[in-house]
Design a protein around this ligand. Structure first.
Ligand code: PLP
Length: 385
């Protein structure tokens, strides 16, 4: 199998799997229990909280575990809006993940004015538009750090300066950037930041939200005293242990992985661009998560390419996994100005820790033939593009 869909999810790192198995066998205690088997678990999950906090440049008590990146995004956005009833405006971008996009739509239905900042053809947000959109009624700005479909990295530091000048809270969805590039809450200057374990070779169903000390925010759910009463419910202890270990592995080998992934992605990009005609690369050449490659193959439907590759045990994506099948054309590709027929011809290949040079050689060998054969039977005419 050649897995090139690491932005959808990543395989569990073997070291993470070992740690989780050990924990499952040895520890069942409830971290809220006061006797030793509970306290031991509390200590373990707080060590995981600590390593995540350190990696983000945060304090341990600013990290709140959630059930996913999606929940972290909801918590940040709805939580800050709820805590500021005197303000009823929210600013986000037109290329956010559905976790933010659909939260924004929910807010709109509930009387909040939402501004969607447009992006240029590389997926970079229009900073002046953002600046002009801020009013005294703006409670929060939420702009993703790196895009899941095209990898474009937004200038969060610059946005942070603008947010601070106007006294507006800033959230960033760092689900795709954490574990791939430097993510430091102080360098970025954010008040809230979402991450998710399954994008960094950890388990699914565990995320975290960084909330800067002093940020006024309401919980999404109510219950016991866990997570400082901000995210009650008995902790997903096994998930937290997996998340913490995934971060430890990242700290050990993240730089090495990054260099290798970038080199492989560059090889793949070059290979595709040199051999396959009538294509378009989507995303920013430089300010991009380099392991994310998004190409449009004129005249074709992306699903046909995806399925032809799947027959050869090569797995890619047509866009965001969450929106796959649910969306005619990607809102991200539409936002960067692609015509619907070009957007629908687009494939995302996202590389990760376990990809090898051999994987890339095989894809460069197989893909051109697949594209050529599909184009022979395609009803769409390339010349019209
Ligand atoms: N935000 C971004 C940018 C993502 O890519 C994803 C997952 O694809 C999410 C949020 C949602 O994370 P989770 O799958 O943990 O809910």
């Amino acid at each position: 199998m050649i897995y090139l869909d690491n932005n959808a999810t990543t395989p569990l790192d073997p070291g993470v799997a070992d740690k989780m198995c050990w924990f499952l066998k040895e520890h069942f205690g409830n971290p809220s229990s006061l006797y030793p088997i509970g306290r031991d678990v509390k200590k373990i999950i707080n060590e995981d909280r600590e390593i995540i906090a350190q990696t983000l440049g945060a304090n341990r008590n600013e990290i709140f575990f959630t059930g996913s990146g999606t929940e972290s995004d909801n918590f940040a956005i709805r939580g800050v809006l709820d805590a500021h009833p005197e303000k009823n405006e929210f600013i986000t971008s037109s290329i956010e993940h559905p976790a933010v996009m659909n939260t924004a739509k929910y807010l709109e239905k509930n009387g909040i004015k939402v501004t969607y900042v447009p992006v240029d053809k590389y997926g970079m947000i229009d900073i002046d538009f953002l600046k002009d959109s801020i009013t005294p009624k703006t409670a929060l700005i939420s702009i993703m750090h790196a895009n899941n479909e095209i990898g474009t990295i937004q200038p969060i530091e610059e946005i942070s300066k603008i947010a601070k000048e106007h006294n507006v809270f800033l959230h960033t969805d760092a689900v795709q950037s954490f574990g791939k590039i430097d993510v430091d809450v102080n360098k970025l200057g954010v008040d809230l930041l979402s991450i998710s374990a399954h994008k960094i070779y950890g388990p699914k169903g565990i995320g975290a939200l960084y909330i800067r000390k002093g940020t006024k925010i309401c919980p999404l759910i109510y219950g016991g005293h866990q997570e400082q009463e901000m995210r009650p419910g008995t902790e997903n202890t096994i998930g937290i242990v997996g998340f913490g270990e995934a971060v430890r592995v990242f700290r050990k080998q993240g730089d090495k992985d990054k260099k290798r992934i970038e080199k492989l992605a560059e090889q793949l990009k070059k290979g595709i661009e040199e051999i396959i005609p009538h294509i378009k690369f989507n995303g920013h050449e430089k300010k991009r998560i380099k392991g994310t490659l998004n190409f449009s193959f004129y005249g074709l439907e992306a699903e046909a390419i995806l399925l032809s590759l799947a027959v050869k045990d090569i797995y890619v994506s047509t866009g965001s996994a969450c929106s796959e099948g649910a969306e005619e054309t990607s809102h991200v590709l539409s936002a960067i100005g692609l015509k619907p027929e070009i957007a629908r011809s687009s494939i995302r290949m996202s590389l990760g820790r376990f990809n090898t040079e051999k994987d890339i050689e095989i894809v460069i060998e197989e893909l051109p033939e697949i594209i050529e054969n599909l184009r022979k039977i395609s009803a769409l005419n390339i010349e019209e593009y």
